[in-house]
Write a protein that binds this ligand. Structure first.
Ligand SMILES: O=C(O)CCC(=O)C(=O)O
Length: 247
């Protein structure tokens, strides 16, 4: 087991060290920062319509959707971080507006245009975050290698740090030396391999803000986290998990 873990860690470190291409996306902003914000990606009325379908799940006693193909999962059931996060999988079955958005292909098309890589959605959720100043996961990547991507679409106003914005260290999707150091440190200290909070600081992170309907397209090799000073308002957002198709 320990040998396998070492081999996996070494593979991650080597692939991170030799990774190329994150700085040469066709979108100059995506190449430089690792993310692009598209305001009004969804019209405000559509964000409102989705909210009418999903806001009932902010009631913690509602544990089932009652809609085939969708389900409610509380992160607190399986982990000790992000204890105030709820995920609605199969969110397209809960809202005709989300269903139409998925069928339109706009999310994949936008990420494909920004990165120059053919993207496909593998999972689509609505994430609900209740205020939390204690258990938020720190800065991390989703995967060092292979790269993964997400589109976040805010459904509620995320106007300041107090609303718990998605936050990133701009440009960190291109870093290789710091990432290799992080992977090695995590291995030696038995931490999750994707943790970055010993190499990066929230002081270097930027809170990504937006009105309902704002979309953020991100290379998830960015050092990122939900802002830990989330004191006000329950945040709802669509999260599309994207991968290079045919990988
Ligand atoms: O809640 C957030 O804004 C952070 C989300 C996140 O870390 C992720 O999707 O990997």
């Amino acid at each position: 087991m320990r040998i396998q873990s070492f081999v996996d860690t070494a593979a991650q470190a080597v692939n991170t060290a030799i990774a190329r291409g994150a700085g040469s996306y066709p979108s100059v902003d995506m190449a430089r920062d690792g993310y692009v914000i598209e305001s009004a990606f969804l019209p405000a009325v559509e964000a409102e319509s989705i909210m009418r379908e999903v806001e009932r799940f902010a009631d913690r006693t509602v544990m089932e959707t009652g809609v085939p193909g969708s389900k409610v999962t509380d992160r607190s059931n399986s982990q000790r971080r992000d204890l105030n996060v709820r995920v609605l999988d199969g969110a397209q079955h809960l809202s005709p507006v989300i269903q139409r958005l998925v069928e339109s292909g706009r999310i994949e098309e936008t990420m494909t245009r920004l990165t120059g890589r053919a993207m496909a959605i593998e999972r689509l959720t609505v994430q609900i975050d209740w205020p939390d100043t204690e258990s938020k996961r720190g800065l991390h990547v989703d995967s060092h290698w292979p790269p993964t991507y997400k589109a976040f679409i805010y459904l509620t106003p995320v106007s300041g740090p107090e609303n718990g914005p998605f936050s990133v260290v701009p440009g960190s999707h291109r870093h290789r030396v710091k990432k290799v150091k992080a992977i090695a440190g995590d291995y030696l200290h038995h931490r999750s391999r994707t943790d970055l909070d010993f190499e990066y600081s929230l002081d270097d992170a930027r809170c990504l803000l937006g009105a309902p309907g704002t979309a953020i397209f991100a290379d998830q090799r960015l050092a990122h986290a939900g802002w830990p000073g989330h004191t006000t308002g329950t945040r709802f957002m669509i999260v599309a998990y994207l991968y290079e198709s045919g990988r």
